[in-house]
Write a protein that binds this ligand. Structure first.
Ligand SMILES: [Zn+2]
Length: 308
């Protein structure tokens, strides 16, 4: 049995149903962010989109030709052996989905460690966020994720069909939370109790380091709450998106971005040496009665109410 299950029937089924579903999600997100933008654009779309699509091309290709076949191939081997194989059907499915989303959360945290940050910074360097940011990953990040996102669920017995169904949700969630779509604040405050939203993930793309080191979730906000990495108390109008050491000039080409992992890491500071910061939110006295599930001292005691 090959590691890459290129001919797996599950993959063919995935192509048939997930492609139109994800295209529809992308269209809805694009309409939403065009009609009701959340943050003011700093660069024109005509400058960013060709660059983002050029970086995304090899990455999406490897997602379909390497990461997904490897995830399925590994899952085929582990489906009857892992610990989850002994769990009864409905509970197994719930545990599989939770596990896959937790693996995505922990993988994202690893991407912010120095070694993998070399790859992941290509995504974070974008000075605005929209649907195209959701696809702008270095292709090396796809390859690097195979041993972790592929092998870990397989070892625990997640089935190939569940892996692919979650992957569709992962892609839809990524498109949604990277979008520049201004949802009604009350609605987003309700949604963010369970799901990662555009305002929440916008904070993850802030140029303030402690804000980038928060909100790692992909689909569920549960993991950020449990690990106390949730941070909601930053108004979107106060955000500067990007990485301060790379004030991306229009001259920064897709070719330069693709070669970026080979260049040394830079300190988290602007080229003039100043470090972006923000006054921490005042300590809230009623954080224990906050509607959020758990406190998150890492984000400040007042960090749990989503701001406009
Ligand atoms: Zn990130």
């Amino acid at each position: 049995m090959s590691l890459f299950a290129w001919r797996a029937p599950e993959l063919r089924r995935f192509d048939r149903w997930a492609t139109p579903v994800l295209a529809a999600v992308a269209l809805v997100v694009l309409l939403g962010e065009t009609l009701r933008p959340l943050r003011r654009r700093t660069r024109p779309r005509t400058e960013r989109w060709p660059r983002n699509v050029a970086v995304a091309g090899p990455s999406l290709l490897l997602l379909r030709l390497a990461l997904l076949p490897a995830m399925v191939g590994l899952a085929q081997r582990g489906r009857s052996r892992g610990a989850l194989a002994r769990v009864a059907a409905p509970a197994r499915l719930v545990l599989e989905w939770l596990l896959l989303d937790y693996v995505a959360y922990t993988w994202h945290r690893l991407l912010h460690a120095p070694l993998l940050w070399r790859l992941h910074r290509v995504h974070h360097l974008d000075r605005d966020m929209d649907l195209t940011t959701a696809w702008r990953f270095h292709f090396g990040e796809m390859l690097a994720s195979i041993p972790y996102r592929g092998a870990l669920p397989a070892l625990l017995g997640v089935r190939p069909g569940t892996v692919l169904a979650y992957e569709a949700l992962f892609e839809a969630g990524t498109a949604f939370h990277h979008s520049n779509w201004r949802l009604p604040l009350a609605l987003e405050r309700s949604v963010v109790r369970v799901l990662v939203t555009p305002r929440m993930h916008g904070i993850h793309h802030s140029d303030v380091r402690r804000e980038t080191q928060s909100n790692f979730g992909v689909v569920l906000t549960l993991w950020d709450r449990l690990h106390r990495t949730l941070r909601l108390h930053v108004p979107q109008q106060d955000l500067t998106i990007g990485v301060p050491a790379y004030p991306e000039a229009p001259a920064q080409s897709a070719a330069q971005l693709l070669c970026l992992p080979l260049t040394p890491l830079r300190p988290w500071a602007r080229p003039d040496g100043t470090v972006p910061d923000r006054q921490r939110p005042a300590q809230s006295t009623n954080w224990r009665t906050s509607p959020m599930l758990l406190s998150c001292p890492g984000a400040g005691m007042a960090g749990r109410v989503l701001q406009p």
